[in-house]
Design a protein around this ligand. Structure first.
Ligand code: DGY
Length: 328
């Protein structure tokens, strides 16, 4: 008998077909918004779950799914999964690293450039019919070429952001718990968080969200930043204290921010939408067809490997193995 799999969100048809060949599938083809109670009811008889980053997999859900053996998330981030609770119950957790690295680094750069050069603000002004003539001081932004870039979290995505920075002739600083093995190749220098925030003209956050990184950037850290700086977050909401960021952006320190992720997304911090110096996108870091299909397929391959009795290719945590990987 095929194992029972719940797929919580509508996914590419070719991936559904792949899964349907190996699992007894309950899927969500209309991408309906399931309530938490709906979800708890649907997991009850399942051995496997195919989820996304907005599905909270906690002890209560695991208790409602006594047969569950594997959670495959279509995301590199696993902060929505209670890894300890999974380990205790012998549930394997897999994620989707690598396949989204370049797309997410591209979006970090799109946000950085848009924030630094006031692309959204000046574009809105034009559309609103204010453009009557050219002026020397119209929408002066910040230099990107030759500036100092600070990367918080030099993992896969951080390294891809750094590689692009070399083309802009930037000095690269990074903050990591340990020395990045590729720092020489990237021409990057490791510094403390305070030094990075004080020195960088553009700061990109690419660190996983965990209790250790929750509100890593709050009011105190924002005050360390140069006034003429930008802050970009393509990692996770919760790394930045959004209420503190709204206040800081109102005061123009930092000058601008590019944000793809938010503390309580899809809800936004009050005041954020009204800020002209905030460039906002709806968690689309990995949103290219090739990256999203890569993520969806890798999550499926993990499930197929498990169903065949093999070790899934990108296990965050297998019950028998020690340790976890959290790098983005
Ligand atoms: C990830 O993979 O963690 C992205 O944020 C998509 O959810």
């Amino acid at each position: 008998m095929k194992p029972r799999l719940l797929v919580t969100r509508a996914v590419f048809p070719e991936v559904t077909a792949l899964l349907a060949a190996h699992f007894e599938l309950e899927s969500n083809p209309d991408d309906a918004l399931w309530s938490r109670d709906d979800l708890l009811a649907r997991v009850r008889d399942k051995e496997a779950l195919y989820v996304v980053a907005s599905d909270r997999i906690d002890a209560a859900l695991l208790d409602a799914a006594p047969r569950l053996r594997i959670v495959a998330t279509g995301s590199v981030g696993v902060d929505h999964v209670d890894l300890d609770a999974c380990r205790e119950r012998g549930v394997i957790v897999t994620n989707t690293p690598d396949v989204l690295t370049e797309a997410t680094a591209d979006l970090a750069w799109a946000l950085l450039m848009a924030a630094a050069r006031r692309v959204r603000e000046s574009g809105d002004w034009l559309r609103d019919g204010h453009w009557k003539r050219w002026a020397w001081d119209q929408f002066l932004g910040l230099d990107v070429h030759g500036a100092t870039l600070g990367i918080v979290g030099m993992g896969r995505i951080g390294s891809a952001v750094a590689r692009r920075a070399r083309g802009f002739g930037m000095k690269i600083l990074y903050h990591n718990r340990g020395v990045a093995p590729n720092e020489a190749e990237l021409g990057a220098t490791r510094v403390g968080l305070e030094a990075l925030l004080r020195e960088a003209d553009h700061v990109v956050l690419v660190v996983p969200h965990s209790p250790a990184t929750h509100h890593l950037v709050g009011a105190r850290e924002l005050a360390w930043m140069k006034p003429a700086a930008t802050l970009v977050n393509v990692a996770r909401g919760g790394i930045v204290d959004d209420a503190a960021l709204v206040e800081a952006l109102r005061a123009g320190r930092p000058a601008a921010a590019g944000l793809d992720v938010f503390e309580n997304e899809p809800a936004l911090e009050a005041g954020l939408l009204g800020l002209p110096n905030a460039v906002l996108t709806p968690h689309v870091g990995s949103a290219t067809r090739s990256a999203r299909l890569g993520m969806a397929t890798l999550a499926a391959r993990n499930l197929l490997a498990w169903a065949a009795g093999a070790v899934p290719p990108t296990c965050v945590q297998a019950p028998a193995s020690a340790g976890t990987t959290g790098q983005r």
